[in-house]
Design a protein around this ligand. Structure first.
Ligand code: C2E
Ligand code: CA
Ligand code: CA
Length: 344
């Protein structure tokens, strides 16, 4: 009501006072301020309830970008409770072994053969009684501070899987894994990777590590060390979601990557969109001149696959061929029958 309107006006004035550029000697510092507002008795009568409401409003203000002002809203509390439940369920699931790693196959159109796969996390939560989509899983892991644990679980599970597939005819020779930004900044990761490979006596080329292009470009100094260490171990690096952001092709020159994964935003515009063609043609030319392989993801139609072939991109991944599936299912569908038994 009126009381909260006053608080909002005051908050707005406060925000403007705070964001005036701060100057000392020659350096000028631009500040930003996010404010959350809760009013009694509208948003709570007890101090704790009021503080929690103000805190949630502030988090919301921060999440909506810099320089925002937000009043509390009961929907925020519902969302926070939902997040709490998700986070608790995730912690339990990670411990209880409820997470699964599915694999989406990648094909080389020239040979018609399976060329590799991408490991993708899947979680059918008993407690929540639903499949939780990966972005929600990652958010829950992030809030619980468990992203490094999750990434390590993915790495271990993928390595064990590749070990069990070594020498199995038709099995994907290379399995790509996704690693979160936190882990890419973690100086322990390269050591863990080396240890996991040794533990399974796995050649480094059995895995591939996917790094989102925007992360690599935005924060090169932050991830360069880990990327260099991974490269030294011999595990191939792929730049994921390439072309999704405002990519600068020249950055790639400085990165030790073996593959580009064309993001599906451009792939989905094929075969008709001239701009997507132009972007992909340039990307292909650059990759070729640098000796970098290219794979397209999110290929959903034969027309897209053909357009990609004309562009010189022969390795593809997408629902046109297959979705991510349990590893055993993948072998059943794509590896010749009796061999799987023989491999044990
Ligand atoms: P991503 O790395 O770009 O993974 C590709 C996503 O595209 C997957 O979604 C996949 O199921 C989906 N996809 C594959 N083919 C097609 C297609 O033809 N059409 C369309 N529309 N979509 C297709 P998913 O599995 O939901 O994963 C979403 C994101 O979550 C991934 O994007 C990745 O960033 C993250 N993620 C998934 N698994 C893991 C994991 O194990 N660890 C980490 N750190 N991140 C993961
Ligand atoms: Ca990926
Ligand atoms: Ca991707």
């Amino acid at each position: 009501g009126a009381l909260c309107d006053d608080a909002m006006t005051l908050g707005e004035r406060l925000r403007h006072a705070l964001i005036l550029p701060y100057r000392q000697h020659c350096a000028s510092l631009a500040l930003s301020a996010s404010l959350g507002i809760a009013c009694a008795p509208l948003h709570g009568r007890e101090p704790e309830a009021l503080l929690r409401a103000a805190n949630l409003a502030t988090l919301e203000a921060k999440a909506s970008g810099r320089d925002a002002l937000r009043a509390f809203d009961p929907a925020l509390l519902e969302r926070a409770e939902r997040r709490d439940r998700l986070r608790e369920a995730f912690v339990e699931a990670l411990r209880a072994g409820e997470l699964e790693l599915h694999v989406q196959p990648q094909f080389d159109r020239r040979t018609g053969k399976l060329d590799g796969g991408e490991a993708l996390i899947r979680w059918n939560s008993k407690r929540l009684a639903r499949w939780v989509p990966p972005p929600e899983i990652l958010a829950a892991a992030g809030e619980a501070g468990l992203l490094p644990e999750l990434d390590l679980w993915v790495l271990r599970t993928a390595a064990a899987l590749q070990k069990s597939w070594l020498g199995v005819p038709g099995a994907p020779p290379r399995l790509g894994i996704n690693i979160s930004s936190v882990t890419l900044h973690d100086p322990r990761f390269a050591g863990q990777l080396r240890a996991v490979l040794e533990e399974h006596a796995l050649p480094p080329e059995a895995l591939e590590i996917e790094i989102p292009e925007d992360l690599a470009v935005r924060d090169l100094p932050g991830v360069a060390r880990t990327m260099g260490a991974i490269h030294e171990i011999g595990v191939p690096l792929a730049l994921d979601d390439f072309g999704a952001g405002h990519s600068n092709l020249t950055h790639v020159v400085n990165l030790p990557v073996q593959r580009l994964k064309l993001d599906r935003c451009n792939v989905s515009l094929l075969p008709d969109d001239p701009k997507a063609y132009a972007i992909l043609r340039t990307t292909m030319a650059m990759a070729r001149s640098m000796g970098i392989e290219v794979i397209a993801e999110g290929v959903e139609t034969e027309a897209q696959a053909e357009a990609l072939e004309r562009l010189g991109c022969h390795v593809i991944q997408g629902w046109l061929m297959a979705r991510a599936m349990p590893p055993a299912e993948l072998l059943r569908q794509f590896a010749p029958g009796p061999a799987q038994v023989a491999a044990g």
